[in-house]
Design a protein around this ligand. Structure first.
Ligand code: ATP
Ligand code: MG
Length: 331
């Protein structure tokens, strides 16, 4: 190596890193435990952790660099095995949870069919058993759709107006809002995003049904759409959507489980997948979702979504979180 460039042991695609390292060293900084890859004499790539310190002359001038590279292949291998094991465990837990969720309605259907058979001469009773059975089956369909991700939009992203989409959806719920005595207050700015329209509709629809469920005896629904910037990165332009209700609110104790799969307080009617899916959709589009809620005197809940104008859809599609990932993360 004497007389040759240090770049010899750095993979070509990482040569740029060396500029960053050198500029840090020049300014007198140290680099500790930087995990990267180096090339061995044989050409084999080796995962290493490197620490680099500047070497100074008697006047304190940086004249060189001392580098220690530790072979971390073994650690990396253990890490990967661990991750696979965790995923398998999560998949097992997922299967068990889904089986459990589906088992209850299926048992109910089996009982109802038995009753229908027994009451065969009494057509009124049979009709009632069958309609209950149909409800239970609908629940199974709801669970499998939500879990297996049938909601996933396979079309390509399109440009659409957020407020118009929200209003179209609202049309579907009009009657339910009326009978529940829910007043709707809209405040819209014209804003467009490029996204998978079907999925965004699904996300809004989950939030609207939750708001409706939270106001069994009336209330107010606020819908806001306005142009905005990202919370963390003020450079990113996007659209903020707020869906707020004057419903029951969410207790502090429940709030921490809000986006967890299968967390529900609606024992028989909810799957607890709505919010989890909604967050998945929003994050897949490079956005964020947050919830604020109060159960106090002025009770209610507000979900606020940020969607970047140009979501990364199509370009760099971030992997949507799977239920398995979520269960691992929840540990
Ligand atoms: N706007 C809201 N007001 C009050 N509680 C809410 C609101 N939105 C969500 N929640 C609480 O969060 C829980 C989870 O909501 P989520 O939408 O994920 O599932 P769900 O509505 O119970 O069932 P489904 O999967 O059928 O939507 C709800 O059961 C409810 O307790
Ligand atoms: Mg819901």
């Amino acid at each position: 190596m004497i007389g040759r460039s240090i770049l010899t042991i750095i993979p070509p695609e990482l040569h740029r890193d060396e500029d960053m390292i050198l500029s840090k060293i020049r300014s007198g900084e140290k680099i500790d435990h930087f995990e990267t890859v180096r090339v061995a004499k044989s050409g084999e790539r080796i995962e290493v952790s490197i620490s680099i310190s500047p070497v100074r002359d008697e006047n304190g001038q940086v004249v060189g660099a001392a580098k220690i590279a530790r072979d971390i292949r073994e650690n990396k291998k253990i890490e990967r095995t661990l991750r696979t094991t965790e995923k398998l465990a999560a998949a097992g837990r997922l299967a068990a949870t889904v089986a459990h969720e589906i088992n209850n309605p299926l048992e109910a259907v089996a009982n109802l069919v038995y009753l229908a058979k027994r009451d065969l001469p009494n057509s009124e009773k049979v009709a009632s058993h069958l309609s209950s059975a149909k409800q239970e089956l609908n629940r199974v369909v709801h669970i499998t759709r939500q879990t297996l991700g049938f909601y996933r939009d396979t079309s390509s992203p399109v440009r659409f107006n957020v407020a118009t989409t929200l209003d179209d959806l609202l049309g579907l719920y009009d009657r339910r809002f009326e009978t529940r005595n829910v007043k709707v207050i809209r405040q819209y700015e014209d804003a467009e995003v490029v996204a998978l329209a079907g999925e965004i509709r699904q996300a809004f629809s989950n939030l609207l049904t939750n708001a409706l469920d939270a106001m069994p005896s009336g209330g107010t629904l606020w819908l806001k759409v306005y142009k905005s910037r990202e919370w963390k990165n003020a450079q990113a332009l996007g659209v903020r959507i707020v869906i707020a209700d004057s419903g029951t609110g969410i207790s502090v104790e429940h709030k921490q489980n809000l986006f967890q799969p299968f967390f529900t307080t609606k024992a028989d009617v909810g799957t607890g997948l709505g919010l989890w899916i909604t967050r998945g959709i929003i994050e897949k589009h490079g956005g964020f979702i947050r919830a604020k809620s109060s159960t106090g005197e002025k009770h209610g809940t507000a979900f606020s979504i940020f969607l970047p104008c140009n979501t990364q859809q199509g370009k760099k599609q971030s992997q949507p979180r799977t239920l398995a990932d979520e269960l691992v993360a929840g540990d």
